[in-house]
Design a protein around this ligand. Structure first.
Ligand SMILES: [Mg+2]
Length: 275
């Protein structure tokens, strides 16, 4: 066991998903502004962790090591898990944002990772050039703009374009169901770039994500496996196949706990720690 956690009686790590495990899901409100250049805007209302959850986590932390792993970026996770004016880094021993691409241990940053670091500029250029050519040659009813969105841990690809209106998205979704545009696209990419080590994941209405194999929540485990924990427990709500907790929940390195919502998480923790 690393000396950093010598003060904890239990040599176990408890890792938590964020949305619907520690905090209620963010409510999404859709506001339509047809007169503006950007035809719609999605506004997220941040749902804070409850005071009861925070106090249970603080009690746990006196006895064991605790961490949080979320798909969102650090700013969003911090907003959800720490009351205004405080930092999530003060509440958890480990904070893993973007599934661990951004990572902190005891408030200090660990080495970060990104899609472009993983692939390298040359291989990325080959991939994105192929994607843009493929989209250019696609005959679909309409096209808009922003066909490849570059993010820290992935790229998001859409033959329609991200800045389409709600109606245009719905129309594309229906068209895609019949013609399998995304399915065919992903099949070609899987064959063409088989040696790149990438996962192609179709989701939502108009796009698919491209990211390195294993860059789901399991990614964060590399930061903790060498710490000598007796057990690594993981709590998450989307533990079913296709859910974003599925891989880490089923990983042999973790003991998985499937929860329905934050009150259910509280119930389990109180029972486990006699609180
Ligand atoms: Mg969740």
């Amino acid at each position: 066991m690393a000396p950093s956690f010598a003060d904890r009686p239990s040599k176990k790590l408890y890792l938590f998903d964020v949305d619907e495990t520690l905090t209620p899901a963010r409510r999404v409100s859709l506001t339509v502004f047809q007169f503006f250049a950007n035809p719609f805007r999605v506004r997220c209302i941040v749902q804070l962790v409850s005071p009861e959850m925070l106090s249970v986590l603080r009690e746990m932390r006196k006895r064991a090591v605790i961490g949080v792993v979320g798909g969102s970026d650090f700013t969003k996770i911090s907003e959800q898990l720490s009351p205004p004016g405080t930092s999530v880094l003060d509440e958890f021993d480990y904070v893993f944002a973007e599934n661990g691409l951004t990572a902190y241990k005891l408030g200090e940053p660990l080495p970060s990772q990104s899609f472009i670091k993983f692939l390298g500029e040359e291989r990325y250029k080959t991939l994105v050039n192929f994607i843009l050519h493929y989209i250019a040659d696609l005959d679909i009813p309409i096209k808009r703009g922003t066909f490849v969105e570059f993010r820290n841990g992935m790229i998001n690809v859409t033959p329609l374009g991200r800045n389409a209106t709600i109606q245009e998205r719905l129309d594309f979704e229906a068209y895609d169901k019949v013609h399998g545009i995304r399915q065919a696209f992903v099949k070609v990419l899987r064959e063409k770039f088989a040696d790149y080590g990438l996962t192609f994941s179709i989701g939502g209405q108009i796009s698919f994500d491209v990211f390195p194999n294993g860059w789901d929540k399991r990614f964060c485990l590399q930061h903790v496996v060498d710490e000598g924990f007796e057990e690594i427990h993981f709590f998450g709500d989307k533990t079913y196949q296709g859910g974003n907790d599925y891989e880490i929940y089923n990983d042999p390195r973790t003991i998985g706990h499937s929860v329905k919502n934050p009150p259910h998480t509280l119930e389990l923790l109180k029972e486990m720690f006699n609180l």
